[in-house]
Unconditional design. Structure first.
Length: 287
């Protein structure tokens, strides 16, 4: 991608976590040719992602992970520049955003900056359902790190985050099957994290949480305006909540059953009333 208004090399390190992204990584790398350094932090791809990344000029760190946060943190530690741009392989930096980054790091307003996402879903851009206003902190100083979590990792920083001009184009999922596979994986991880923290869930919550998730996405956030894609998105959001809390309920059920099974049994305690106790004492004396 040629950028006439952005210098050939901007002093930024781009970090990209990957796992079997050979089909989507080339577009991402092409959109950041202006960056002085690109680091691909790979978690063990088997499809040739590492070799492709090297052939396109990226530095590759292998066997990183297992979480995306750890992959990013490892790459940040290897960065040679003060500013980090965190991307995923399914994202593309617009020319306007590249310009904005160059201008911002020359006279920075702060340490962290938000990027406005342009999300595509099942073949078209989504402007509703909560996706139109989607912003994430992606440009920040190399001294910062991500909180290590399996689900929804976040950058740890103090102070305000400022908005950048331009967009990151995000092609969320390859297809619906890809989305459902990720949703089910995240639901399992989320349930395990809640269980480890001792969180409890009731059957009522299993009903209410998915219902609210659907209503919020479809009606309040306007996914209804996206037609069939909006309906699918809202249902998948509801399924995500149902799967996570149903799995948490099942973990609680299994744990409770195990505790009951392993609880020590106690011999029955026989209590004699006063009359029976006296009779026993009399018999003992006359014996």
């Amino acid at each position: 991608m040629a950028l006439t208004s952005v210098p050939s090399k901007v002093p930024v390190t781009v970090v990209i976590p990957t796992l079997n992204e050979i089909d989507r990584l080339p577009g991402c790398l092409a959109s950041v040719r202006w960056a002085a350094q690109v680091i691909v932090s790979d978690a063990g791809s088997t499809d040739g992602t590492q070799a492709l990344a090297r052939s396109l000029g990226a530095t590759v760190l292998e066997q990183c992970g297992p979480t995306i946060a750890e992959q990013r943190n490892i790459a940040i530690s290897a960065a040679t520049h003060q500013w980090i741009l965190a991307l995923d392989a399914d994202e593309r930096v617009s020319p306007e955003l590249a310009q904005s980054i160059e201008q911002e790091i020359s006279t920075p307003r702060g340490n962290a900056f938000r990027v406005h996402m342009r999300n595509r879903y099942l073949g078209a851009t989504m402007e509703h359902g909560g996706w139109g206003r989607d912003r994430h902190v992606r440009l920040f100083r190399s001294s910062l790190r991500y909180q290590v979590k399996r689900v929804h990792e976040g950058l740890q920083f103090d102070g305000a985050a400022y908005d950048l001009a331009g967009r990151v184009d995000h092609d969320s999922y390859r297809d619906l099957g890809h989305q459902l596979a990720k949703v089910n994986c995240y639901a399992k991880w989320g349930a395990e994290d809640l269980f480890a923290r001792g969180k409890q869930v009731s059957v009522l919550q299993i009903v209410v949480r998915p219902s609210w998730r659907f209503v919020k996405c479809y009606f309040l956030q306007g996914a209804i305006l996206e037609g069939q894609r909006g309906l699918v998105l809202a249902v998948v959001h509801a399924w995500s909540a149902f799967a996570k809390y149903a799995l948490l309920w099942d973990m609680q059920r299994v744990a409770n059953a195990a505790r009951v099974k392993t609880a020590p049994s106690m011999a029955p305690i026989v209590v004699l009333d006063d009359a029976r106790a006296k009779r026993g004492d009399t018999l003992a004396r006359t014996a």
